[in-house]
Design a protein around this ligand. Structure first.
Ligand code: TYM
Length: 331
């Protein structure tokens, strides 16, 4: 079966609807016909300052949510990035293949560093996409399920793989981004010109583990557009279109069925129903996450088994890379 790899940062107390629909749903569905490697990317998380106790906790909560969403550890390797040292090792090799100008063009870096100011921007944040390339290439992944915001990082990954293969001989599979049609970019509920994100004020974000009351309130307070007709028009009505996309993603009704059903009714009706649909869909995920977190020893066992499986693939890839670039083999 073709390989798939993806990663997610443990930098919030809960994943949000953007993570879920843009990426995690595909993580789960792709297990059916891929050999999957899914990691909680703690090395990426420390590109900005993290409180150690909070990071440790969030890493476990992240793993619990992934299992609760349906990542199946019997089928897929679920692991923590820092448990597989080959990620950092291949990351270094790829950094030496990356142009300074090339890395400087990454728009996520430009946005994030501009927001933080140069003084608090780490070199790790700058090389972040190169480490991401290492994550992917170590496993010879053919597909990488991610949201739209990761497209440029995937292009860099392909460029680096092509460069390495050209210089040292065929070594890496060229990965393709798998960006879902529909919910590739879930928008913030308060600022529907921006993607939903944990770095915006929390009122615009719905987290998977939020209390149902909070979810209802955030959806009902979503910024909608002028006019009152429920129609899908991402350019002219980004707010309402985002709500329709969310509804469709959770209910399975198509956007045009929804337009028809809500014809002549206001935005309020749509929000009310959407809140119900989301709360109902998340209830079992929340319950299962709580259950899994009650036995952290078992969670840690699952992650250890995942890391062992990941290393079986990552170690030989790294050994080949070291050999090809001319490192003296250790004896
Ligand atoms: P992270 O942790 O920021 O986000 C995890 C996944 O969620 C997607 N996503 C969204 N999709 C749609 N709409 C949104 N509003 C939205 N917000 C987030 C992201 O596209 C991502 O797929 N760099 C990665 C982590 C990473 C990775 C990897 C991914 C590290 N190594 C290797 C793939 C392969 C990131 O920032 O994820």
């Amino acid at each position: 079966a073709p390989r798939v790899l993806s990663g997610i940062q443990p930098t919030a107390d809960s994943f949000h609807l953007g993570n879920h629909l843009g990426a995690l749903r595909q993580w789960v569905s792709m297990q059916a016909d891929h050999e999957a490697f899914y990691c909680v990317v703690d090395l990426h998380a420390i590109t900005v300052e993290q409180d150690p106790a909070v990071l440790r906790r969030r890493t476990l909560v992240s793993a619990a949510q992934l299992l609760a969403l349906g990542v199946d550890p019997d089928r897929s390797a679920l692991f923590v990035q820092s448990h597989v040292p080959e990620h950092a090792q291949l990351g270094w090799v790829l950094q030496c293949l990356t142009g300074f100008g090339e890395a400087s063009r990454m728009t996520q870096f430009k946005d994030k560093s501009a927001r933080q100011g140069q003084a608090s921007t780490s070199v790790g944040l700058f090389t972040y996409p190169v480490l991401q390339a290492a994550d992917i290439l170590l496993y010879q992944a053919a597909r990488v399920p991610v949201g739209e915001d990761q497209r440029q990082h995937l292009e860099l990954t392909r460029d680096l793989a092509t460069r390495f293969n050209g210089r040292y001989g065929d070594t890496f599979v060229l990965p393709e981004a798998y960006i879902p049609p529909g919910a590739a970019k879930v928008l913030d509920l308060q600022q529907p010109d921006k993607k939903m994100s944990k770095s915006l004020p929390e009122a615009g974000c719905v987290n998977l583990l939020d209390d149902p009351k909070v979810i209802g309130k955030r959806i009902r307070s979503a910024v909608t557009d002028t006019g009152r007709e429920v129609v899908f028009d991402p350019e002219g009505k980004p707010g309402v279109s985002n709500l329709l996309t969310l509804h469709s993603a959770f209910s399975g009704e198509t956007v045009s069925q929804l337009e028809e059903r809500f014809a002549g009714r206001g935005y309020g009706d749509l929000k009310k129903e959407l809140a119900e649909v989301v709360v109902t869909a998340l209830a079992p995920v929340q319950a299962r996450t709580t259950e899994l977190l009650a036995d952290t020893a078992e969670l840690e066992r699952v992650l250890a088994a995942g890391a062992a499986r990941a290393r079986e693939v990552a170690a030989p890839t790294l050994a080949t890379v070291h050999e090809r670039i001319g490192f003296l083999p250790p004896r």
